[in-house]
Design a binder for this molecule. Structure first.
Ligand code: SIN
Length: 484
């Protein structure tokens, strides 16, 4: 890969301020999902390496937590500036390991940088309170203090933004970090760590290690010096990590799976609904946990919506992320393509009809055709669980209450969307949907300023927004006596 700043492609891990190999020298190959060609190698860290990173973070904690909030904010601002300065290299590294189109990768770097910028501001607003004391001789206060070493396990679908959303919050709060990026996409995280170092972050404050999830996760979830675990990924893995963290009662934040309903009512602006459905469903090739997974369309506009949506989907261009004019990259793995294929087969066997796409892409490899299926029902596999691919099932409904009941009939509760011009309905629907995030007349709502997180089996805690920093803070009560 040709990069203007070749040093950003780091093939070592960062522990205690040093770039190093695994203790036993073992490495893993990172491959481009579009071509399967190797991008490079990263260390396969051992349990000892992982414990070393935790100890480095713990050693650095005393110094970092006692820096002023202003100093931590200034570091974050320098990191933010460097991320934007190197936007193009970071985006190209991301495309090579993740596969998303270059324009989306650039957008993700901006999204990642926005969390660093946001938490630079939040660092200076970590305030306690003064309580009305019931005692004449004592005063009561709350202090907000960093929890300690935060372990961050980040996913492959947003290699920059999820690292930034967690790490910037943790660092702003005064925590030190051990981050473990997904094995498929470690280079973006390592490049961000290189920039954090250039921004002047003290050694050991941010450590980034790579390797097998089971080996590293095994240590991060049990090590007594880790106080906090934040994970983004599947619900099954999240539950497993939560159970392991119970032994040492770590604080845990989980951003897990979704099964987002996207409801189009008869009174919707159909062109806006089509644009919103395209944006929500096909972002990152359908590989986000907030992607529309079930598209409910009211009977009066079902045909009109399908007549506009399906041709727009059919026009989406799948290809290698660096090629011009590409809308959708490859899926992350062969198993992801097989899963999508089997969900489509199940839907077709149960009476769905193909309105666009419907099969693997003629390009072969990990490409799947952007697909719309009509006449779907909630019982189909692709409506019961997250597809994580470019397939939109359309489900017809008659009454508002039916749509809401079907939308809420899911163990997940991350994101939901509805299109309507009726203000009373918009409010009713927003209040009734059992989801952590609701978009009315918009298919995109992720931004640093808003809280991101789910209800039910979609997770615990919130990231970004006003509450994201709380996940990395303890509230301490202070009673000051002897004032009589
Ligand atoms: C995710 O899918 O994991 C995150 C998506 C977002 O931040 O919008």
């Amino acid at each position: 890969m040709k990069l203007a700043d070749a040093a950003l492609l780091r093939q070592k891990v960062l522990i205690a301020g040093h770039w190093q190999d695994a203790a036993d020298g073992a490495r893993m190959t990172v491959r481009n999902p579009a071509s399967d060609a190797p991008v490079g190698h990263v260390p396969r860290c051992t349990e000892e390496d992982t414990a070393g990173a935790v100890e480095a973070a713990h050693k650095a904690f005393a110094g970092w937590r006692t820096q002023t909030a202003k100093a931590r904010a200034q570091f974050l601002r320098r990191w933010f500036d460097l991320v934007l300065l190197h936007r193009e290299e970071l985006a190209r590294i991301m495309v090579s390991e993740q596969g998303k189109p270059l324009a989306e990768a650039r957008g993700e770097i901006d999204y990642a940088a926005s969390f660093i910028d946001w938490f630079a501001g939040e660092a200076r607003r970590i305030n306690g309170e003064v309580m009305a004391s019931p005692w004449a001789d004592r005063r009561l206060f709350t202090l907000r203090q960093p929890v300690g070493v935060a372990a961050l396990i980040t996913p492959w679908n947003f290699p920059a933004a999820m690292l930034a959303r967690k790490a910037a919050a943790a660092l702003a709060a005064g925590c030190t970090v051990v981050a473990k990026p997904a094995s498929q996409t470690p280079f973006t995280a390592l490049a961000l760590a290189e920039l954090a170092q250039r921004a002047g972050l003290p050694a050991g404050v941010l450590n980034v290690i790579t390797g097998e999830a089971a080996t590293i996760g095994g240590v991060l979830t049990t090590h007594p010096l880790v106080s906090k675990l934040s994970f983004t990924g599947s619900t099954d893995v999240g539950k497993y990590l939560l159970a392991r963290c119970a032994g040492s009662l770590k604080r845990v934040s989980l951003e897990l799976g979704g099964n987002a309903p996207f409801i189009v009512f008869d009174d919707a602006d159909l062109d806006a609904a089509v644009a919103g459905a395209l944006a929500s469903k096909f972002r990152n090739g359908g590989q986000t946990c907030v992607c529309a997974n079930r598209v409910f369309v009211q009977a009066g506009v079902y045909d009109a919506f399908a007549g506009k949506f399906a041709p727009a989907v059919a026009r989406l261009n799948a290809g290698e992320g660096l090629a011009p004019g590409v809308d959708i990259g490859p899926m992350i793995s062969d198993s992801a393509v097989s899963r999508i294929e089997s969900q489509v087969a199940d839907a077709l066997a149960r009476g769905a009809t193909v309105l666009a796409g419907g099969a693997r892409h003629p390009r072969g490899g990990r490409f799947f055709q952007p697909t719309v299926l009509g006449d779907c029902t909630p019982a189909m596999a692709l409506c019961r669980s997250e597809t994580f691919g470019p397939v939109a099932p359309l489900i017809r409904f008659e009454r508002e209450a039916d749509a809401l009941a079907m939308a809420n009939d899911s163990e997940y509760g991350l994101a939901a969307y509805a299109y309507t011009r009726d203000l009373a309905r918009a409010w009713r629907v927003a209040e009734t949907l059992e989801y952590g995030m609701v978009g009315i007349n918009t298919g995109l709502m992720s931004t640093a300023e808003a809280s991101f997180g789910g209800m039910k089996q979609s997770g615990l805690g919130r990231e970004g927004g006003l509450y994201g920093i709380d996940e990395y803070l303890e509230t301490k009560s202070l009673a000051l006596g002897g004032l009589a």
